[in-house]
Design a protein around this ligand. Structure first.
Ligand code: ME8
Length: 511
């Protein structure tokens, strides 16, 4: 079975920030999770380098758009690596392979009779590269996303007959209720469709920066069609020796609500027009907010992923984002919030559990997990967990799945307190500490159950925190990475003690 997951491709009009990292991490968790399930996975991310959002920024900086892309694309590539993204390819829309394939598909849409020439007049946001419909315009003719004044623009160009796909789109939404998730986003997209679709520009005059329209050298392809097609084009040239399209297409898309319309309305219609298979689905997440506002380059209130990673580590960042903000909703993040969860959840709950378990097995059982039956007091908490976890991640419910895994971490900590292995291991009256414990069988069972529970939890958390859980699984003598049921592995493995997974943060001076 194959699984193909994508992030939006980010505009190279500013430095990457935590908002971009967020979508990339989300897609990475899904990619890693599906690999854990033994699937053949392809994970794509990259940069969107054409169109006005980039051309205007280049002009402001006094460089060419290509120079701007060449400077910033590597920054986005580096950000992906820094957050431990396991992407299989990094696409740049200036890649020759992309440009060629975009032209092929657009030509096909033209040849299939879905393109005509006309004039467009409307309110335009150059940051969104989007003409706004009446319902999308905020007070004072401003862009609701960027807060800037919209300009009245009139253009002669090529049009895509979006309106002709109205019924097909309505049918798609009816037949595939999970095409767009979560539900409230699906409803939003569907009501946009039901309001009545207008045709959209497929091209712009050539003085703009983009991919030439194959049948008209005066025009370049509108940046949104160029950009959306990245999901398709990449598979054609990501590997020199293999066209991956048949192997991976169609994709599952991760994106935020700002670009819902393009993905949930334009994109499926365009694919229908090109006679290509539609996406397997898409999950629309919310915004990370800082001090109540969307974190964004244009608003300037951004957190730099490098700084956050420097302080907390990439795994902690990956954890925090999906724990603090329910995936799908908007949510506040803050450095103080990071710190609080790092301390109380990662260092205290998870880190200590790992540390205690490894220490007790090494102290009381000479570093070998004892052979024993799983404790019936603990087993019900693990019942059906991997299946439910898979189901949640099938629906990209990243926060809910994480919550399920975390419940086990908390349960295991309570289990340590309830079963008090240190008492079980204590020498009885008149006995030496080295002598067998009072209840050898019970201590074996507790230590086995703890090590086994920790193994199961670490495997669940592996897609979220690959580095720390990888180290922990290594210390537990677990070579496999597939999800496992509680009790599915016996004892007998040698364990190792390791340094704290989440060392306590150094107190900052002045605190
Ligand atoms: O729109 N919170 O690029 P873009 C959460 N090139 N996610 C955020 C975020 C925030 N504060 N800020 C950014 C474009 N994002 C187009 C996309 S796709 C074919 C073309 C993430 O650089 C989120 O995924 O403006 C959002 O949809 C995307 O970055 C927009 O990135």
């Amino acid at each position: 079975m194959s699984y193909y997951v994508t992030t939006p491709i980010y505009y190279v009009n500013g430095e990457p920030h935590l908002g971009h990292a967020y979508s990339t991490i989300a897609a990475d968790i899904l990619a890693r999770h599906h690999r854990q399930r033994g699937e053949d996975v392809f994970f794509l991310t990259g940069t969107d380098e054409h169109g006005e959002p980039v051309a205007q920024q280049a002009e402001r900086e006094g460089v060419t758009p290509r120079e701007l892309g060449d400077r910033l694309a590597p920054r986005f590539k580096r950000m992906a690596a820094k957050v431990e993204a396991s992407n299989d390819f990094f696409i740049r829309t200036t890649d020759e392979g992309h440009v060629k394939r975009v032209q092929e598909v657009v030509q096909r849409v033209h040849d299939n009779g879905h393109v005509y020439e006309g004039t467009y007049e409307g309110l335009y946001c150059p940051r969104c590269a989007d003409f706004k419909t009446e319902s999308e315009v905020a007070e004072g003719n401003t862009c609701p996303i960027h807060g800037i004044e919209l300009t009245k623009e009139k253009q002669d160009n090529w049009f895509f007959k979006l309106s002709a796909f109205q019924e097909d789109l309505e049918r798609l939404y009816e037949e595939r209720p999970d095409f767009v998730t979560p539900d409230f986003r699906r409803n939003e997209a569907l009501s946009f469709i039901k309001q009545g679709l207008r045709d959209v520009s497929l091209s712009r005059p050539t003085l703009k920066w983009g991919v030439p329209v194959p049948w008209d050298t005066e025009q370049v392809i509108y940046v949104w069609f160029d950009a959306l097609l990245n999901y398709y084009t990449a598979l054609g040239y990501a590997r020199e020796d293999e066209d991956l399209t048949g192997r991976y297409w169609p994709a599952f898309h991760i994106l935020a609500k700002d670009i819902l319309k393009f993905h949930a309305v334009y994109w499926p219609a365009f694919l229908m027009a090109a006679e290509l298979e539609l996406p397997r689905g898409m999950f629309i997440h919310g915004f990370l907010l800082m001090e109540g506002q969307k974190m964004s380059k244009s608003l300037g209130n951004v957190l730099d992923p490098d700084e956050v990673i420097e302080k907390f580590g990439a795994d902690a960042l990956r954890y925090y984002c999906f724990r603090e903000v329910s995936f799908g909703q908007d949510g506040q993040i803050s450095p103080a919030g990071f710190e609080a969860r790092y301390d109380s959840e990662l260092a205290n709950e998870f880190g200590n559990l790992a540390n205690r378990t490894l220490s007790m097995v090494s102290r009381y059982r000479a570093s070998v997990v004892p052979e024993a039956e799983p404790d019936p007091a603990l087993a019900p908490d693990f019942e059906g967990v991997p299946d439910r976890f898979n189901e949640l991640l099938d629906g990209a419910e990243l926060s809910q799945a994480l919550e399920d895994a975390w419940k086990l971490v908390r349960r295991l900590n309570r289990y340590v307190e309830e079963s008090r292995p240190w008492d079980l291991a204590k020498a009885g009256p008149g006995r030496e500490a080295e002598e067998p414990a009072l209840d050898v069988a019970r201590l074996d069972q507790v230590l086995y159950s703890l090590a086994e529970g920790l193994r199961v939890a670490a495997l669940l958390l592996h897609s979220y925190m690959p580095d720390t859980t990888g180290r922990l699984l290594g210390a537990l003598g677990e070579p496999d990475r597939g999800l496992a049921a509680f009790g599915s592995r016996g004892g007998g493995q040698a364990v190792e003690k390791i340094p704290p997974l989440f060392p306590k943060l150094e107190a900052e001076s002045g605190d």
